[in-house]
Each structure stands twice: as structure tokens, then as C-alpha cells.
Design a protein around this ligand. Structure first.
Ligand code: PDD
Length: 282
């Protein structure tokens, strides 16, 4: 096992020494929230935005805001090394209880865990990936970045079993997002993505792409996308902190556009790489 140093409740420990009680509500109920924060050139990327989302997730599940931005940076920065693209996985649960009870305990001492891992998806990015569409079977709080991910993992697993990199989820004929990513489609030359609501996670990568598109005069729209629009789109992308912007070249066994990563993807991929560098140089 990779015995890297991880953070658990105020301590830095080798991974194999980091232990959590079986009475932790994260273990018992999946009662917690998390963040995945990329780091490039040894620096956390869009940390302010990730922290704002984390604090919103905490609020939505009625957990206290634990630390301010500087306190978090002091906790997380020692986990980073400078030599490669990495991400921090940060998880906060409602903590350890003395009996299993669905209702919250009166006293809350949240469990805080963080570790750093390399980002390793580069090989699939330039040639694109296959995806399938599936019914979105998840709950109504998809804007909370909750550790309770059973529906998401069952959906992703179905995609993997069909040799696909992701499941694109559809609810009542409207595209929501990927099992662990947001979705963009180029429709009538407009970069289009579903609007923010409780049916999708407000992706930080998504947010940056919209900002970059607006800044560089790429027409962009946040509006509902029908399944049929997705199936006939010129380009489809999946976006996330670990996969960045991943072109989908085959959907439900049919080619997307000409079956190659498209021109808008190439432009946005380039702008995204520049934005990564820019943070480093600041
Ligand atoms: N997931 N939607 C869902 C359901 C996700 O799980 C993710 C990311 C995103 C993209 O969000 P962002 O751009 O902020 O990473 C959208 C992370 C990477 C994960 O669960 O590992």
C-alpha cells in the first residue's frame, strides 16, 4: 500500500495508521460531504471556489463551518508535493457517535480527513472516450457534494461494464450530468450546459469553462438539454476536477460529430491549460 502521509482530525499520519471508528456516521450512514480539489505545480487550483462549495454542502447538511480559507490552506498545503498534477480528497463526516441512530447526535465533533493523490487521466483526454446515457436514478439533493454516492457508483459501474468512461444521466428526457462529471454539448455552434439547480453538482470546472467561454467570445448557454439534442450534438464533453475537459467521441455506440474530439474542445482545452499555468505564475 502507498503509505503516504494523510491528515486526520488534526494529525498527519502514514495512511496505514489513519483509522476511523466503525461508529463514525460516515461509515454507518454516508453522513458526510467531500471535495476534490486539483493542484497544479504544487498549488491548489480554484481553492476559494471549492471552499465556497464545501461550506454550502456543510450548511445544507447542517454541519458547522469548520475553518476559514487560511486555516484550510495551512492544513492542506503540507500534503502537496510539487512534481505532478495532483488532487486533494477532503471529507468531513458528522463524526463518531456512541449508538446508531438516524437522528443527529446532540454533540457534534466532525471527522476531518484529507489525502493527496496523483491525477492520472491524461491518456484518454486527447483521443476522447465512450459514454452511455442512463436514467438518472439519484435523489433530489444532487447539489450537495455528499459522500453518499451509491446511485452514482452503480451508474458509473454500468458504464464501465459497457466499456465506457462515463454514464450521462437523463431525467424526464432532460440531461442532468455525468455520474461524476458535468456535461457540455456543442449544439448549433453554441456551447451548452444544463443550468445549476438541485439536480446537478455545481462543478468548479464547469464554472471556469463558462467564464473562459465568455471571456473569449465563445457563445455559451446554460439551459436544459433534451436527450435528443444530446444525441445529435456536434461535440459532447465531460468536465471534472480530475478529468478536466474530456471529449466524448462515442455516445450509445454512435459517433459524436465526426467521431473525433471537436474544434471547440481543442480551443477550450487550450484555454484551460493556460488558466492552470496562470494560477501558478500569479
Ligand atoms: N466529482 N458532478 C458530479 C456528480 C461529480 O461527482 C463531479 C466531480 C462533478 C464535477 O465537479 P468539479 O468540476 O467541481 O470537479 C460534477 C469528483 C471529481 C469526484 O467525485 O471524484
Amino acid at each position: 500500500m502507498d503509505n503516504k502521509i494523510v491528515y486526520l482530525n488534526g494529525e498527519y499520519l502514514p495512511l496505514n495508521e489513519a483509522k476511523v471508528s466503525v461508529l463514525d456516521r460516515g461509515f454507518l450512514f454516508g453522513d458526510g460531504v467531500y471535495e476534490v480539489i486539483p493542484a497544479y505545480y504544487g498549488k491548489l487550483f480554484l481553492f476559494h471556489e471549492h471552499l465556497a462549495r464545501l461550506n454550502n454542502s456543510l450548511k445544507l447538511i447542517q454541519l458547522p463551518i469548520l475553518y476559514d480559507e487560511q486555516q484550510w490552506l495551512d492544513i492542506l498545503n503540507p500534503l502537496l508535493t510539487e512534481d505532478q498534477d495532483q488532487y486533494i480528497y477532503l471529507q468531513i463526516t458528522r463524526g463518531v457517535v456512541n449508538k446508531r441512530d438516524h437522528a443527529f447526535p446532540e454533540e457534534i465533533q466532525p471527522t476531518v480527513f484529507a489525502m493527496c493523490s496523483p491525477i492520472t487521466h491524461f491518456s484518454e483526454r486527447n483521443k476522447g472516450v465512450k459514454a452511455i446515457t442512463l436514467d438518472d436514478t439519484r435523489w433530489e439533493l444532487c447539489h450537495v457534494k455528499a459522500t453518499t454516492l451509491l446511485a452514482n457508483i452503480l451508474l458509473r459501474q454500468k458504464a464501465v461494464e459497457q466499456d465506457c468512461a462515463e454514464a450521462i444521466l437523463v431525467k424526464d428526457n432532460i440531461v442532468t450530468e455525468g455520474a461524476a462529471s458535468n456535461v457540455f454539448a456543442v449544439i448549433d455552434n453554441i456551447l451548452t450546459t444544463p443550468p445549476i439547480n438541485n439536480e446537478i453538482l455545481p462543478g468548479i470546472t464547469r464554472q471556469l469553462i463558462i467564464k473562459l467561454a465568455k471571456k473569449h467570445q465563445i457563445p455559451v448557454a446554460e439551459r436544459p438539454i433534451t436527450l435528443n439534442e444530446l444525441l445529435t450534438a456536434n461535440e459532447i464533453w465531460l468536465t471534472s476536477s480530475t478529468r478536466e475537459i474530456l471529449p466524448v467521441v462515442e455516445l450509445d455506440k454512435k459517433p459524436v460529430g465526426n467521431g473525433q474530439p471537436g474544434q471547440v474542445w481543442k480551443t477550450m482545452h487550450h484555454l484551460f491549460q493556460q488558466a492552470k499555468k496562470h494560477t501558478y505564475e500569479r
